[in-house]
Design a protein around this ligand. Sequence first.
Ligand SMILES: NC(=O)c1ccc[n+]([C@@H]2O[C@H](COP(=O)([O-])OP(=O)(O)OC[C@H]3O[C@@H](n4cnc5c(N)ncnc54)[C@H](O)[C@@H]3O)[C@@H](O)[C@H]2O)c1
Ligand SMILES: *[C@@H]1O[C@H](CO)[C@@H](O)[C@H](O)[C@H]1NC(C)=O
Ligand SMILES: CC(=O)N[C@H]1CO[C@H](CO)[C@@H](O)[C@@H]1O
Length: 317
Amino acid sequence: MAFKCAVVGAAGGIGQPLSLLLKNDPLVKELSVFDVIPLAAGVAADLSHINTGAKVTSHHGFDGADIRAALTGCDVVVIPAGVPRKPGMTRDDLFKINAGIIKGIAEAVADACPKAMVCVISNPVNSTVPIFAGVLKAKGCFDEKRLFGVSTLDIVRANTFVAELKGLNVTDVNVPVIGGHSGVTIVPLLSRTTPACEFTQEEAEKLTHRIQNAGTEVVEAKAGAGSATLSMAFAGARFANSVMKAMNGEDITECAYVYSSIQDGVSFFSTEISLGKEGISKINPIGKVSDFEQKNIDIATDALKANIAAGENFLSA
Ligand SMILES: NC(=O)c1ccc[n+]([C@@H]2O[C@H](COP(=O)([O-])OP(=O)(O)OC[C@H]3O[C@@H](n4cnc5c(N)ncnc54)[C@H](O)[C@@H]3O)[C@@H](O)[C@H]2O)c1
Ligand SMILES: *[C@@H]1O[C@H](CO)[C@@H](O)[C@H](O)[C@H]1NC(C)=O
Ligand SMILES: CC(=O)N[C@H]1CO[C@H](CO)[C@@H](O)[C@@H]1O
């Protein structure tokens, strides 16, 4: 079975290549391209000439009716809408702007496609996902099995950096990355890399630091022209594809930042999750980790407490 998929923020740096990858995904039967800016229509026209099965439709505009029209009937909604980080800007600075954008999109999802699988890319994911959940709760349609903060880029990066260091075939490498999705909340579980790898303490520290700060490498290299877009589009398309494969009955495991009681003191946490026809079928326990990883999990949990509160306070303000 194939699905109707929307990209919200489709005219942006992430949105355009993400839309391209979804247009090329055989599991997508209709791609609904939405952005507030009119360029959405151009992106859709361009994509519509590609001879793959997905039918392309488009909507744009600031009126709530436009996004609701784009979302109607969608099975999967992928959201890279917002403002990207510029040099010198922290994910905190982004928070206020993107929080308002996410709130509006969540209201539209609640009205137009409350059963859709929702994949949030807009940063800071550690707060935008709690905001999204809060809006859906207020609208009486929050299903914790269907809301995902997309942290896949951290796994994609970890796989790449580990394969480079160890001389492995990168397509075979998998490094689970748990916790949150920025700075110290990103916790790679290098000890659980498959195929099994040994790391010295120095290698583990260097790799962990690089994975946590990889976004900044791209921001600095683009020198004012934006943040990670192409690698993020790849990661977002991979995650959406996994969600759709699972909706078709395949057993799939991905890491994602979700509503979870796995970690004491925080209501959202990223761990490996099993996906099924109805979204999350099981949140896997953290499992065995090294002492270094456990220390990083504790640091991440403390930081996330403040981040989640920031999301909740934004809604109650
Ligand atoms: N999760 C991750 O790993 C990750 C990685 C990189 C970037 N990001 C985040 O993704 C977001 C987008 O980044 P980008 O580089 O594509 O930015 P961009 O500015 O190039 O694109 C954002 C797009 O969102 C649109 N937009 C703004 N408000 C909207 C709304 N209310 N509804 C629909 N569309 C709206 C804009 O018109 C623009 O086309 C940022 O928040 C960025 O921080 C996340
Ligand atoms: C890497 O692994 C993939 C999948 O297992 C395989 O298709 C590919 O040929 C391998 N590449 C190399 C260079 O060995
Ligand atoms: C650890 C971390 O920095 N995470 C970000 C999550 O979102 C909040 C905003 O509420 C920021 O404080 C953090 O930068």
